[in-house]
Design a protein around this ligand. Structure first.
Ligand code: NOJ
Length: 795
């Protein structure tokens, strides 16, 4: 559990009396009727927040609460020792009895949870149940691939199913609130938290955000297996300058709206119960006190009625950011901006009641915050069924069907980056049966803990199956020559020498290398160098020097810059961190029993200096499209372009990329209409303002053929470019995708609906609209290839 080392001493300072503005207060008390009216198109009809009986119960309870009890509902603490640098408290039992705690997290068993819940519902004056939260990020007990891997499946249905399993297991343990999904757009591989999200694209991010919310929350939040999602980190956290965690972000309103906000909006439209504000500052206003994003965008424009929690001590960190000189001011700024729960800072607990009494915070603001917390608790059914059945907990965990789903998810998450011919093989992968011995080399070949990934919840290393275990089961011990080659961070000459010796005795080498999930990825896991840690590059080159064909299986939470490997190793499979079924999923894939069908959700850099690197960039006034960038410029024509003099602009592998074991051919795209009215589309868009999907106005289709000898799963991608618009639009933007299965020789026509949302953009006045434009459309295997066609959006 990451814990920020913030000194409490700096937080608890005398209250400063600060005058309040009225604007936020008006927004804060906006009533439920407005919500129901304007949100009907967006919220699923069964979303429990829209339930009038819940509103009645919330108001009735609120009427009976004292000020201290109200503040208590806004307090969120982490269980465990130390109880966090933020709180410095251990007396949670007594606080619960007094009604001073609204939520607790990091309790993981039904027994512990019931113990606290009994205190709350039996011994506190108003019997208000506690909301129990946890970071259930890629599974609870059944550990799925890390979120970057799950997104690489390009299979939202599968992600929804995985989230459903995670929800069922969590709920069985009494955890009804997960701090997931993380929907931060990540354009910079240096940022360790890239591993926790769905990558760089807003459209894919929207689909994944919706899938997680549907999976966790189900159709009915009050159903026993449903848990509330907490969508994080609102907003822009992934744009940390230099990829350094917790760092400043500067994002124009245009870019915020067009790229960073859409996945959050999609999650809210899907009915997400809660959001988490971020650590970072956005355009000089920390997101945990940012009235523009929280009050204006989230509450006012999106009509969000669930709750917002701060991130861990992010309210106290407002002081370090420099926008509050004491804890009371930090608390006031966060609450009035729209942060309802204080995670670990302890500042609401210390200061809010006094500030209400002193007139610095209107009680209406506190009431609105409490209403939001209670609304979530009622929607979850916690008032009616506060306790969890302890005897049913164990039997909900790690069911055979859940393991099976984890294996399928792992298989679909692998991205085949390279698969060249070597002597004796037309393509090195899949490995074929006459094969004799395999040298299985590398520090990640038999590392169960790392297979679980960066945030494995209650996943246990003993449940994870490594590549070594699975390969040995498949081939028999005498055909697998294993050598670790050292650890992730250090290898001795002797360890490298024995790995080389193993390679020399084998027909093929499978080399399992990469990062350490725990220390090198996720929170506080930013890296300035994106190469293989330790001496793994030397290990790789020494093993490759044997001349034996090498399959490199890369375990990482981000793309790594490995120019030598990509030039010299014939086959490379990116495995991310696959979860507890890592070994079986990899063996199935390496031997071709399943097809690799993952695709990159982030652009893969050639070198760190290219970061931030993302496909949906603007063209610039001096694009280097037709220039040869593989050598330094030789004249002015080559030089005065938007380029590096020492590296191509292009990625090593583009967003959307991934090979199959077969060969796929894309036919020319065919449009049902090559002229559409921008005005009509604009009207359609405003009629569906809160819905992410508008009705089709035309279609584009193409024939996709499997020309190879093996079956293939292909991710067919639709990209769009708009030119002639009021704001510059990306050189390509993903607008649709379909994952299809093709038997050898099979052809299928894949068709995409083009709706107003396909052509919508944020204009120069920050309005969401459709403008006249020249449109290029691609139906493509990735963001850098494919055949295109043209369409005109006429005035
Ligand atoms: C800090 C992380 O930033 C956030 O993602 C997480 O949910 C909280 N800690 C709670 O553990």
């Amino acid at each position: 559990m990451p814990i920020r080392m913030v000194q409490m001493a700096r937080m608890i300072q005398p209250i400063q009396l600060v005058r309040l503005s009225v604007a936020w207060c008006v927004i804060a008390v906006a009533g439920p009727a407005a919500w129901a009216q304007s949100h009907t198109a967006a919220v699923r009809p069964d979303a429990s927040f829209a339930n009038a009986s819940v509103e009645g119960r919330v108001d009735a309870l609120l009427d009976r609460m004292t000020l201290d009890e109200k503040v208590g509902q806004l307090v969120l603490y982490s269980n465990g020792a130390p109880t966090g640098p933020g709180t410095g408290r251990t007396d949670y039992h007594d606080m619960v009895r007094r009604g001073e705690i609204g939520g607790l997290f990091n309790l993981t068993t039904a027994k512990e949870i019931n113990e606290f819940q009994r205190l709350a519902v039996k011994e506190s004056r108003l019997h208000i149940p506690i909301l129990f939260g946890l970071d259930v990020i890629h599974g609870f007990r059944t550990t799925f691939p890390v979120p970057l891997g799950l997104a690489s499946t390009w299979n939202p249905t599968l992600v929804e199913e995985a989230a459903r399993v995670a929800g069922h297991e969590s709920a069985a343990a009494g955890v009804r609130w997960t701090f997931s999904p993380m929907v931060d757009i990540a354009r910079d591989a240096r940022w360790g938290r890239m591993i926790e999200g769905a990558g760089e694209d807003p459209y894919l991010g929207e689909q994944m955000a919706r899938a997680y919310v549907r999976g966790y929350q189900g159709k009915d939040l009050a159903a026993p297996g449903s848990i509330a999602a907490c969508v994080k980190h609102f907003v822009g956290y992934g744009a940390a300058e230099g990829g350094r965690d917790y760092n400043t972000t500067e994002i124009s309103e245009h870019t915020l709206r067009q790229f960073y906000l859409p996945p959050f909006k999609a999650a809210v439209d899907e009915g997400a119960a809660s959001l988490m504000s971020a650590f970072s500052s956005l355009n000089a206003v920390p997101t945990s006190a940012n009235s523009f994003t929280l009050n204006q965008v989230l509450r006012k424009e999106w009509k969000f009625r669930g709750l917002v929690t701060s991130d861990w001590t992010s309210i106290a960190e407002l002081m370090a950011h420099g926008i509050a000189n004491d804890g009371a001011t930090a608390a006031r700024r966060a609450l009035t901006a729209g942060v309802e729960m204080d995670m670990e800072s302890n500042l609401y607990h210390l200061h809010l009641a006094q500030m209400v009494k002193g007139g610095q915070v209107p009680v209406a603001v506190v009431d609105e915050a409490v209403r939001r917390v209670l609304r979530v608790k009622f929607a979850l059914g916690l008032f009616d069924h506060p306790l969890v059945e302890e005897d049913k907990e164990a039997s909900a965990m790690l069911l055979p069907a859940s393991r099976e789903l984890a294996r399928k998810a792992a298989e679909e998450s692998f991205v085949l980056l390279k698969n060249d011919a070597v002597p004796g093989y037309a393509q090195l992968l899949p490995l074929s049966s006459p094969l004799g011995k395999i040298a299985l080399i590398g520090p990640l070949a038999d590392d169960a803990g790392n297979m679980l990934g960066s945030w494995a919840g209650q996943g246990r290393a003993e449940d994870a199956i490594t590549l070594r275990t699975a390969l040995t089961k498949q081939l028999g011990a005498d055909r697998v020559l294993y050598a670790s080659g050292g650890s992730i961070i250090a290898s001795s000459d002797a360890e490298i020498a024995s790995a080389v010796a193993a390679a020399n005795l084998a027909d093929v080498v499978v080399l399992a290398v990469g990062e350490d999930a725990g220390s090198m990825t996720a929170e506080a896991g930013s890296r300035a160098h994106l190469d293989l840690p330790g001496r793994q590059e030397q290990l790789l080159e020494a093993v490759a020097a044997t001349g034996k064909p090498v399959v490199m299986v890369l375990f990482s939470g981000r793309p790594l810059t490995l120019p030598w490997a990509f030039a010299h190793v014939p086959a490379v499979l990116e495995a991310w961190f696959p979860g507890l079924e890592a070994g079986p999923a990899l063996v199935q894939t390496l031997f071709g029993e399943v097809q690799p069908s993952g695709r990159l959700v982030v652009s893969w850099p050639r070198s760190v200096g290219q970061e931030p690197l993302y496909y949906n960039a603007l063209n610039t006034g001096r694009p280097a499209l037709n220039a040869d960038l593989t050598h330094p410029p030789t004249d002015g024509l080559e030089k005065y372009l938007s380029r590096y003099i020492d590296e191509p602009n292009s990625p090593q592998f583009p967003f959307g990329f991934g090979l199959t074991y077969s060969a796929i051919q894309y036919g020319d795209p065919h449009l049902s209409d090559s002229r559409l009215s921008a005005g009509k589309l604009k009207t359609l868009l405003s009629e569906n303002a809160t819905s992410s999907k508008s009705a089709a106005t035309a279609t584009v289709s193409a024939e996709i053929t499997n020309t190879g000898a093996k079956p293939a799963d292909e991710v067919v991608q639709l990209y769009v470019r708009l030119e002639g618009t009021s704001t510059a639009q990306p050189v390509r933007a993903l607008k649709g995708f379909q994952k299809i299965h093709l038997a050898p020789g099979e052809t299928r026509r894949v068709s995409f609906d083009l709706g107003a949302d396909t052509f919508a953009l944020w204009d120069d006045q920050n309005h969401y609209t459709v403008e006249p434009a020249r449109v290029t459309l691609w139906i493509a295997p990735d963001s850098a290839h494919g055949n295109s066609t043209r369409l005109m959006l006429e005035p």
